[in-house]
Design a protein around this ligand. Structure first.
Ligand code: COA
Length: 172
């Protein structure tokens, strides 16, 4: 299984081209547009504000996935996560998120926006305790299409042990 051999490394400005290529592949069918090399370069030039990890698949060290998070105090935004199509469904996004979220103190609230039709991402985030907070209608606009964005939040209380008999909330 690839996730056993997956290596997590910090992102740097010189990764921008590979990140843009992977982003284009992964977001090909999404209304949420991929980011350009220039966008990644701008983000990665701000090391105090943005943190990210790339996952590479040895032995060729191909860029297999990445996670980009904006660290702005008690509320942390997950900006983007993507796994190259040929490496999807092998646990890589799960590893990226476990590592990424685990790097923050337990009292942090995480949030993000995701397309309402993005079932894989909604399921992934649900498994990490994210819940729907509200919607932004017609938020994504690309190729003549519009899509609603769902704002997902993971409150710090997520790390408390579950209450016995409590029902699990669904976001799907
Ligand atoms: C969303 C994405 C990052 C998931 O990456 P991944 O490495 O394939 O995810 P994992 O293998 O860790 O899967 C974890 C869970 O997510 C859900 N999931 C992932 N892909 C799925 C799919 N195609 N269909 C349904 N559920 C899916 C499942 O619940 C899965 O757990 P399971 O395999 O035990 O059922 C990947 O599909 C992707 O890059 N998509 C395009 C970019 C994107 O939409 N990013 C999110 C918005 S920023």
């Amino acid at each position: 299984m690839i996730s056993q051999n997956f290596q997590l490394l910090s992102l740097a400005c010189n990764d921008a081209k590979d990140l843009a290529t992977l982003s284009e592949e992964a977001f090909l069918t999404k209304t949420d547009p991929p980011w350009s090399e220039a966008s990644f370069q701008t983000l990665l030039a701000k090391p105090t504000t943005f943190i990210g990890w790339k996952g590479v698949a040895p032995p060729q060290n191909i860029l297999a996935g990445f996670l980009l998070v904006q660290n702005g105090g008690p509320e942390v935004e997950i900006l983007k996560i993507a796994v190259a199509p040929c490496f999807q469904r092998q646990g890589l996004a799960t590893r990226l998120l476990k590592h990424g979220l685990g790097n923050f103190p337990p009292d942090v609230t995480f949030w993000l926006e995701v397309q309402e039709s993005n079932a894989p991402a909604l399921r992934l985030y649900s498994s990490f305790g994210f819940r729907k907070q509200h919607e932004r209608k017609n938020y994504y606009q690309s190729k003549g299409e519009t899509q609603t964005a769902v704002v997902l939040v993971r409150e710090p209380c997520h790390i408390r042990p579950p209450v016995k008999g409590a029902k699990r909330a669904k976001i799907l």
